[in-house]
Design a protein around this ligand. Structure first.
Ligand code: AMP
Length: 380
């Protein structure tokens, strides 16, 4: 795979696909983390004297047409703030890119306003490819999507390469998945085993230990125990039993349960062989917290996706909090990814002690499963 660093960009039209899908509330950006993360890529392209064209999606506009609330205009303004030393413009007119000076930067309006973007339309992909001499993919968070601005454009661009953010993310994840320092511990939590079943299958060949939590753990617990009203996918119990035979799976030994599912529900501590029919497992228990903390503190590589309980409810947030604290205290190299995992990391204020937080949500999960992504393959 070619990388942007090794190419001569002088006087070239360089189209860069970024992930500028930032949260916006009432027209104001509420977190500019994604914008900050792409600044080195933009500066590098500009310093290499390219005519820099940027594109990204923002949100999920229903129709393929302009909608103010999905416009990248606020993102452009923030880019201007951050890159005040550079010349920037914003346009929804593709012809404008023909008038760029070397070193100048142009942000295109939300790609999802364009007809055929999410259907990977050939004509749109060719149109993007013709805007540039070099296409740079630097949006890991969108690299699992076969869209015109992520995948199709790479099929038709004269030269295609990976940007620095993408390369960094791939290197870190690849190292953890192919040659991790051991012991390697994976934590797979969250709601449904069905959505993470392939990941469990893949991780069981890589990790030394897999800690399961949340609704996913309930399906494992149900192999040998009554789980009452708990979130559990019965059709996966047989498969869960097979994975248990690897002897790598750590399931909770105790839990916090309730008879009702709401934010004020009181938690009752129960061993997992003592759950009543009218009870629901909503978090791991104190003994399980101690067990997993010990395992995590001993780990050299930690891969974390998913909460261990309904961490949005105060009485059922303890397990995920204990996990977050253990990961942050561990001297091992820790990687975390996924929407709810990032929310938990922020909630329990452990961000600065996690070694690497993936920029991807869905793409992070797909990478754990397949060790590659369609938009990475197309660059090769
Ligand atoms: P996921 O998107 O699969 O990572 O799932 C995250 C969601 O799983 C969070 O909103 C949690 O509240 C939920 N969750 C975690 N544990 C449980 C549980 N034991 N029962 C019901 N929902 C849970």
């Amino acid at each position: 795979m070619l990388t942007m660093n090794e190419l001569n960009l002088n006087n070239k039209r360089v189209l860069i696909r970024l992930d500028l899908n930032v949260p916006i509330h009432n027209g104001k950006i509420t977190s500019n983390a994604r914008i900050k993360s792409v600044l080195p890529t933009i500066r590098m392209a500009s310093q290499k004297n390219a005519k820099v064209i940027l594109m990204s999606h923002l949100g999920q506009p229903k129709k393929e047409q302009y909608e103010k609330k999905f416009s990248l205009w606020p993102v452009f303004q923030e880019l201007q703030n951050q890159l005040s030393e550079l010349k920037l413009r914003f346009t929804d007119n593709f012809d404008d890119v023909n008038h760029l000076d070397n070193g100048e930067i142009c942000l295109l309006e939300n790609v999802r306003f364009n007809k055929g973007e999410t259907k990977n339309s050939t004509s749109l992909s060719k149109l993007y490819a013709n805007l540039c001499d070099i296409f740079v993919m630097d949006a890991f968070g969108s690299a699992h999507r076969i869209h015109s601005s992520t995948y199709g454009v790479a099929m038709f661009a004269r030269i295609k390469c990976a940007g620095p953010l993408l390369i960094n993310e791939i290197n870190i994840l690849e190292k953890a998945l192919t040659n991790p320092k051991r012991p390697m511990v994976a934590i797979v939590g969250g709601a449904k085993i069905s959505t993470k079943f392939n990941i469990l299958h893949s991780l069981k060949n890589i990790a030394d230990t897999i800690i399961v939590g949340g609704g996913i753990a309930n399906t494992f617990i149900a192999v040998n125990n009554e789980v009452g009203k708990s979130l559990c996918e019965k059709e996966y119990i047989t498969e869960a039993k097979k994975i248990l035979m690897t002897n790598k799976i750590i399931i909770p030994i105790d839990s916090r349960v309730s008879t009702s599912f709401n934010k004020d529900s009181v938690a009752i501590l129960k061993n997992i062989d003592d759950i009543n029919l009218n009870e629901e497992i909503m978090d791991i228990g104190i003994q399980s917290e101690k067990n997993i903390t010990k395992i995590i503190l001993n780990a050299k590589t930690i891969l974390w996706n998913g909460p261990l309980g309904v961490f949005e409810f105060p009485n059922f947030s303890h397990g995920t909090k204990a996990l977050a604290k253990a990961v942050s205290k561990s001297a091992g190299f820790s990687i975390a990814g996924g929407g709810d995992t990032i929310n938990a990391i922020e909630k329990f204020q452990v961000k600065k002690n996690i070694s690497y937080i993936s920029t991807g949500g869905g793409s992070f999960l797909k990478f754990l499963e397949k060790k590659t992504l369609p938009c990475i393959d197309i660059l090769k």
